[in-house]
Design a binder for this molecule. Structure first.
Ligand code: MG
Length: 373
């Protein structure tokens, strides 16, 4: 049924699940992982979490859910062409943002700061915690009991301190080894997705304009191609035709460059992947263009004063919630109060990180607005 390369992760060479289960009928182990992720509570919450734009700002912007679907789409295309395990890439892509706090990076930075005397907060590690511990759906185990390779792909990076207490999950960070090609691919598919949708959402929101973007190589190159092909095109169609070409170029470059690097490395097994340098990547030219685009987005979109104002409110909201709960744990819902008895401040971080943008806003009002209950 599958045409896997020798260096792909397969159900046969997988390191398996922490709790042993009967093999699934009618689907592969990694399809089962994907299915468990889609049915999880944390996955549904992605619909109401955002990274740049706060959820109530508009209905057309990407949410973490649609972002994750785009990452899965891009990852699967490349995986199929490289004969990698498409189901594994899809599972990692759909799970990669499960541990994100409300309000994107501002929320995560604030929670990390609040948790600094209690082990800190890393969203990657939190995504792993969601699938390993926090989901409560099965009789036999906590979490989703996913395969090792899916969990490894979710834990994109982690600090040395955390790696040391993570057991087999932390080994590769200590030994300076690479994760599977599927994990490397999901990571780059994430980058392709967010750079391009942030261009699209940035233009749609009016925070950046097309003229500014024309100074960025990869955008202007593809914009000229569109104008040559459709001289009268303008507005949303012009943007869309440009962005879709950018994605195409990146996907094609990533596929070709990775294919070449894999051939040069003469891989004969999955173990070879772990001891080789990172093999999934862009060509040097495209890598530089991507850097230029990222720099543009950082300066003009992520640090736009309107985004900064929203980030400031996000930070404030997370800090106020955290401080209220940690100074009086009776403000927590009963289930989280008992978790606090066992896990200390991590229970507060779990509660806050699990909130959607709008839940956090409502919870803030319930705690601090005298007219709310
Ligand atoms: Mg992402």
């Amino acid at each position: 049924m599958h045409d896997f390369a020798v260096y792909a992760v397969t159900p046969e060479n997988s390191r398996g699940r922490r709790v042993q289960e009967d093999p699934p009928a009618g689907r592969s182990e990694f399809q089962r992982d994907r299915d468990r992720i889609i049915h999880s509570t944390a996955f549904r919450r992605l619909e109401y979490k955002t990274q740049v734009f706060v959820n109530h700002e508009g209905d057309l912007f990407r949410t973490r859910l649609t972002h994750s679907l785009e990452v899965a789409q891009i990852g699967r295309s490349v995986a199929r062409n490289l004969h990698l395990n498409e189901d594994l890439v899809e599972a990692i892509a759909l799970a990669h943002d499960l541990g994100h706090t409300p309000f994107g990076h501002a929320g995560q930075d604030a929670l990390n700061e609040c948790m600094k005397d209690h082990g800190g907060f890393e969203h990657n590690l939190q995504s792993l915690r969601v699938v390993d511990v926090l989901e409560e759906r099965y009789g036999l185990f906590n979490g989703l009991n996913l395969c090792f390779e899916t969990r490894e792909g979710i834990l994109k990076h982690c600090s040395m301190k955390n790696a040391k207490r993570l057991g087999d999950m932390g080994e590769r960070f200590i030994a300076n080894q690479r994760p599977s090609l599927e994990a490397q691919l999901a990571n780059l598919a994430d980058e392709i997705a967010y750079n391009n949708h942030d261009v699209d959402d940035g233009l749609r929101s009016g925070l950046i304009d097309q003229e500014q973007l024309e100074g960025v190589g990869i955008f202007s190159r593809h914009l000229s191609m569109v104008r040559k092909r459709y001289p009268d095109i303008a507005g949303r169609r012009l943007v869309h035709e440009t962005v879709r070409r950018m994605i195409n170029t990146l996907v094609a470059d990533l596929t070709q460059q990775s294919m070449d690097s894999i051939a040069d490395a003469r891989l004969d097994s999955l173990n070879g992947v772990r001891s080789s340098p990172a093999l999934i990547g862009f060509s040097e030219t495209i890598r530089q263009e991507q850097q230029e685009l990222k720099k543009f987005l950082r300066e003009h979109l992520y640090r736009h004063y309107q985004v900064s104002r929203m980030s400031n409110k996000a930070r404030h909201t997370v800090e106020m919630l955290f401080n209220a709960f940690s100074s009086d744990t009776r403000l927590l819902p009963p289930a989280d109060q008992s978790r606090f008895q066992k896990e200390g401040h991590q229970a507060i971080a779990d509660y806050i990180a699990g909130m959607t943008d709008r839940y956090a806003i409502r919870e803030y009002r319930r705690l601090f607005a005298i007219e709310e209950s």
